[in-house]
Design a protein around this ligand. Sequence first.
Ligand SMILES: NC(=O)c1ccc[n+]([C@@H]2O[C@H](COP(=O)([O-])OP(=O)(O)OC[C@H]3O[C@@H](n4cnc5c(N)ncnc54)[C@H](OP(=O)(O)O)[C@@H]3O)[C@@H](O)[C@H]2O)c1
Length: 264
Amino acid sequence: MNSGSARKGVYIVVGASRGLGASLVGRCLEKGLEVIGIGRTDENAVVSIADWRKTGRFKYVRTDIADPSSVNIMKSIAKLYEGNPVCVIFNAAVIEPDVEKNGNLMFDVFKKVNRTGINGFTHVLEAFESYLTSYGGMLVGISSISAWVPPIGGNKVSYPASKAYLDMALRSLRLLWGRRVHVMIVHLGHIGGSGSWLVPKYDDVAQKIIGSTLSSRPPENICMSTFYCFTYRVMRMLPDRVISSTVGIMKGFLNYISGEKALL
Ligand SMILES: NC(=O)c1ccc[n+]([C@@H]2O[C@H](COP(=O)([O-])OP(=O)(O)OC[C@H]3O[C@@H](n4cnc5c(N)ncnc54)[C@H](OP(=O)(O)O)[C@@H]3O)[C@@H](O)[C@H]2O)c1
């Protein structure tokens, strides 16, 4: 496979055990693709695994990408497909608040988020870099609008920072690799749940991402959901002090509304 298309390739979904990752696996299998799913969860606890296996095109590899030993495990996956196209989707993340109510950082969570988002991404690159640059293919990074502007809730520091790191690493790789490897960055707002215009379902997001990787001219960037992406793009142009005052006003308004409701 040359860069620019992941058609008929092997897809490696890093962070495949649940949520968007599980939907990405499902969509790939529906399209007739061969898929390797990676996660720490025991395979018996992965909800759809029996259905995925029935296709005969799915393998699950249990490994913690934060652990350096995962590099060789992931390299051995690549060896199975030597010379064949590969699309690596880096979807893994730890999405947990790392700020206490009193404003102090919770360093255990802070490190956990970085171990997956930064060390884990480094290990994935170490495992697949030479494969991708030798045989072509695609690297897709699942990022977040939090990479542009700190989350409005204000309860996360390491998560947006790890996504900003991912964004810049991917953009730098895009320049470094040129036409040899297609790099796609996906910015997501709030996703999951039963789906609405504001919060799209995992399956719909996965459909869009996999469809885009298979297109004859895959985009470099995808933004979903539109409302959040638009709002954060506008906010990105504002100085941090203005954002912080705006967020303060919004929080005050929300508190007022909930207080009013409580009185009724
Ligand atoms: N949900 C949202 O509203 C939202 C918004 C913006 C961006 N995003 C991004 O979209 C992606 C998917 O989000 P999601 O809601 O589906 O998250 P999720 O349900 O928490 O799933 C995260 C996945 O990452 C895997 N993972 C985490 N650490 C890992 C590690 N060290 N080694 C291997 N696998 C690891 C988890 O598997 P195991 O636990 O089995 O290891 C799981 O499969 C993430 O990159 C997230 O940042 C989500």
